[in-house]
Design a protein around this ligand. Sequence first.
Ligand code: ATP
Ligand code: MG
Ligand code: ZN
Length: 253
Amino acid sequence: MGPNINKEIDNISTGINFPFVKRNAGKCTECGGEIMEVRGELQPCGECEKKEEMKKEIAQAKKSAYMNVLDKKYYDCQWEQYKLDTKRQENAFNKIRFFVDNFKLGKWLVFYGTQGTGKTFLKNCVLKELGKKGFDIYNTTTKTVYNEYLDTVNKKESIIEFNKNILKHDVIAIDEIGRVTLTESVKNFLFGLVDDIYLNNKTLIITSNLELQEGEAENEEKRKDIAAFVDFERIVEKSLIVPFTWESYRLKK
Ligand SMILES: Nc1ncnc2c1ncn2[C@@H]1O[C@H](COP(=O)(O)OP(=O)(O)OP(=O)(O)O)[C@@H](O)[C@H]1O
Ligand SMILES: [Mg+2]
Ligand SMILES: [Zn+2]
């Protein structure tokens, strides 16, 4: 290194003057942004290089197996896209981030409340993060469990195997608890599955539009809250429970 180069480096670190750098020396053919010339040579566009880098990262992520279990609509979901318009949302959001950052297998997550408040969106953010950490994920809905259960019965296949296959995963996410009316046998299957998740110290993540009511109902048969599908005490013992009680973002659009 000659003394001249050292001088140039000095200039860079003090940021005073760069005789060898010409800003705004040309326009990027891709985005029209300004590009620099350094020692007579036009440089690649910084913005476009950044974009290119991000595209590569996304392509890489899409190859990861855990991306395949996400709900298609929320494939590209990111924490940053979730708007925090109220204090309650901010609280909920922070608790969920804390849950993920300090995640331990066997901890559960329950999102319940108003439609269109981002429960499924945030569930996918959570699953993506747990997938990155290497946990094996099973992502489903009550409707799908219902159909798969009936299909298994119709084909005279083993319900025990069906149950076992779900339990192979670390994290079992079941969306839309209470959205479809379940037959008694599917309800029993779901209760049993949740009990197995509990006994095997796996993680359950559920979302629901139903309420979560404390204690025993007067008439358990007619019970309409989440506890009609998942044992209330197990939920309370294991879960971070997050109520989503603000306005729907679907209606805002
Ligand atoms: N806080 C938010 N910021 C930005 N977009 C949001 C927010 N909450 C929800 N949305 C958007 O609103 C739409 C509905 O969200 P989502 O499907 O997650 O709601 P949900 O609570 O699961 O509703 P449902 O109970 O009907 O299943 C999605 O397009 C989602 O991206
Ligand atoms: Mg949803
Ligand atoms: Zn550019």
